[in-house]
Design a binder for this molecule. Structure first.
Ligand code: ZN
Length: 241
């Protein structure tokens, strides 16, 4: 199928970043599809948030509802087979001798983007959108801008295609990602992301903090909480809200 310029496939996990990316994509492209991966993550609750977020994004905007197409969830057992990481096994979240946190799943984004490219190719989609970010990231080398640019070249050579990997969050801080969400869908979108996306590595939904649900102590929660506080601080300082 010949890809159309107005089409995009969003790598959608059910987390804050990918939900913001999805809203960004829905505001720009006429035909939008989503793809997610069940790779045995301990925080599998993230996946159960996906359908809820998709339904609520549809309800938020008739325009977005009309643009949003099918969702695909792929199962990848390979990462658990490859070996232990803190995201796929009951391993402590800590810094390792390599200088990377134990939450790093080697090859994860390389595989995700390659599979997304294969899906985009089959579905006649030109743009692949991912929420990777180099600014406030956890030191994951597969989130870097250079990694994404190299991957774009690799998949295009391997598929004989002209796919474009879009990374709207690449240079944003977590606070700026909230600002982006507000600019795309106002308070309603900010509230939707707060309440219905999942970030916590421990997979805890229980407590509802000002910044959303989570354990409140893992690196993902800490980052999300700090970003929210910075965003709120700016909002109240600048608008008196
Ligand atoms: Zn947490």
């Amino acid at each position: 199928m010949e890809p159309t310029a107005d089409s995009a496939l969003v790598v959608f996990s059910g987390g804050q970043d990918s939900a913001t990316c999805l809203a960004w994509t829905l505001s720009r492209f006429g035909r939008v599809e989503t793809i997610g991966f069940d790779y045995g993550q301990r925080h599998a609750v993230e996946l159960s948030c996906r359908a809820e977020v998709l339904a609520r994004l549809r309800a938020l905007s008739p325009l977005w509802d009309g643009r949003l197409g099918p969702d695909t969830l792929l199962t990848l057992d390979v990462f658990q087979q490859l070996g232990e990481t803190a995201l796929t096994h009951d391993v402590e979240i800590a810094m390792t001798a390599s200088g990377l946190p134990s939450t790093f799943v080697p090859g994860r984004n390389l595989i995700f983007l390659t599979l997304a490219a294969a899906q985009a190719y089959r579905r006649g989609i030109k743009h692949i959108v991912t929420g990777v970010c180099e600014t406030d990231f956890s030191g994951y080398p597969d989130c870097r801008d250079d990694t994404m640019k190299a991957l774009q070249i690799a998949v295009n050579l391997g598929l004989q295609a002209r796919l474009v990997i879009e990374t709207p969050l690449m240079w944003l801080t977590k606070a700026e990602t909230w600002t982006l969400a507000h600019s795309l869908g106002g308070e309603a979108l900010v509230e939707l992301i707060l309440e219905h996306t999942h970030t916590c590595y421990q997979g805890r939904r229980g407590t509802r903090h000002a910044w959303g649900h989570g354990c409140g102590t893992c690196p993902a929660c800490t980052l999300r909480a700090a970003g929210w506080e910075q965003y709120r601080g700016r909002a109240s300082g600048g608008q008196g809200a």
